[in-house]
Structures are given as C-alpha cells and as structure tokens.
Design a protein around this ligand. Structure first.
Ligand SMILES: [Fe+2]
Ligand SMILES: [Fe+2]
Length: 262
C-alpha cells in the first residue's frame, strides 16, 4: 500500500470541487421524486457524520504493533474521515435544497455504528467498505436517473470520492490479507460477501420509496451493489495498479479522468 501517495491524494482532493448553488427548497424536481430523494439522502447524510474516533483508536492500536508496515496510515485515515465529513456537509445542503429534513438519529445508522465496533480495525474498515460499495451504486443511480443538474453534480463528486475510498480500502486489504493463511483468506471473503449481501438487502428495503420513484426495483439495486462487491474482490486479487471505472460511473463524463494512487 503506497500510503504517502494516498496522503497526497486526500490533501489534493480537498479543494477540487466547485459546489453548485444550493438555495434551500430550490430544486425543480417533481415532489414524487424530490421528497423520497431528500428523505433518502438525509439517511446517507447522517451516515457521513461519524467522528471516526473508534476507527482512529483501532488504527493507532494496530500501528503500535506494526509501525513499519502501516507508517503514515493514521494520517491517511484521518484525511479520509475528513473527506467523509465534507460529504456530510455537502449532503446537508443538498437535503435542504431538496426541501427535506435532516436526521439526528436513524436505526440503520445506529446498527451500522454498533456493528463497526464489534471486532477490531479490519472489521471496522470492512463494514466501512461495504457502505462505500453501496454508496457507489446509490450515487451512480441518482446521477443517472435524475435531471436536476445540482443534484447530479453533487452525486458525481461524492461518487468520484467514494470510488477512490474503495480503492483506498482495497489497497489496505491487499496488504493485510497477504499475511493471512489461504483458508483464512477464503473465510474472510465468504464473510465479506455475506455481510455485503445482507447490508445491501436492508438498505434497498429502507430506501424502497426512492428506488421506486427512480424506477428501480430493490432486487436490481442489490444486484448493482453486489456487482460492485465482486469488482472489489477481483481487484483484491489482481494487484494491478490500473483503475477500472465502475459500470455505474461509465455514464459520467469524467470517468476516464479518474486516477487512483495505490
Ligand atoms: Fe462519503
Ligand atoms: Fe466514503
């Protein structure tokens, strides 16, 4: 894992987005789409607000035992968390722009946070990665299926960042899994697939109103996120430094400009 290049990437990426004007209640989308979209984005907004305290604690603890292998990883993770907080701020404006209400609590967010604290750093990052893979399908769909340019521009930006977060976590797992015996690696993959499939199914059900208004079935959404998971597992084995744009991003004009450090 090339940690210095990730630190460089996160630092460079801080200011590469020109936020569109997002006046409150200004979206021209019809209510049938605008309201479920606002309600759904409010859940994702809440998910981006986590302080990362536990994750940083796990990272520091792991670093104490393996300082050479993960030198600088604590800074990279801190920059990654800061990027997620910028997503929370952007989504906050987007929800208000869509005339929605921000959430203080949501059951899915509570479960997600509790799950992440169950078993150490790898599991915490695995759950985060699952959320990133779901976000890849989610923002890609909104980008493709809505006509509001402000919404599309924000989703495109978040989608670009989330795809790089997936690459960031992929690099981490590539390094961590090589030290695992083969049977354990296989078990890890089985566990990852199961966890991803269950989470995707719950998210599809929870956001069913939005999916319906976008003309997407819950099963189709789950399939899209599982495809993202399969791509992640393939990349985990490939060791290739090239970045393959995701299918959900292919329709984004800037997809070919994505470059990912490893
Ligand atoms: Fe995010
Ligand atoms: Fe992310």
């Amino acid at each position: 894992m090339n940690i210095p290049s990730w630190i460089q990437y996160f630092e460079r990426n801080r200011s590469n987005f020109d936020e569109p004007p997002l006046a409150p209640d200004a979206s021209p989308l019809p209510d049938g789409l605008r309201l479920p979209l606002a309600a759904s984005l409010a859940v994702f907004q809440l998910g981006e607000t986590g302080g990362g305290t536990r994750l940083m604690r796990y990272v520091r603890r792991t670093l104490r035992h393996q300082p050479e292998a993960l030198e600088g990883y604590d800074l990279a993770v801190r920059l990654f968390i800061a990027e997620e907080h910028r997503h929370a701020q952007l989504l906050e404006k987007l929800v208000t722009y869509l005339g929605g209400t921000l959430l203080q609590r949501h059951w899915s967010n509570t479960i997600f946070r509790r799950l992440r604290t169950l078993f150490g750093m790898e599991f915490n990052i695995q759950i985060l990665l699952t959320a990133e893979l779901i976000a890849e399908a989610y923002y890609g769909l909104i980008y493709r299926k809505t006509t509001d340019e402000e919404v599309r521009s924000c989703c495109h930006k978040i989608l670009q960042d989330e795809m790089r977060h997936i690459a960031f976590h992929t690099s981490f797992f590539q390094q961590r899994l090589t030290s695992m015996p083969r049977p354990l690696r296989k078990m890890w993959r089985v566990g990852f697939r199961a966890c991803h499939a269950i989470t995707a199914t719950i998210v599809a059900w929870d956001h069913r109103r939005l999916l319906k208004s976008l003309g997407i079935g819950q099963g189709e959404f789950v399939r899209l996120t599982l495809k993202a998971g399969q791509r992640f597992l393939r990349r985990l084995d490939s060791r290739s430094s090239s970045w393959q744009p995701d299918i959900s991003l292919r329709s984004c004009q800037k997809a070919s400009q994505l470059a990912t450090p490893r």
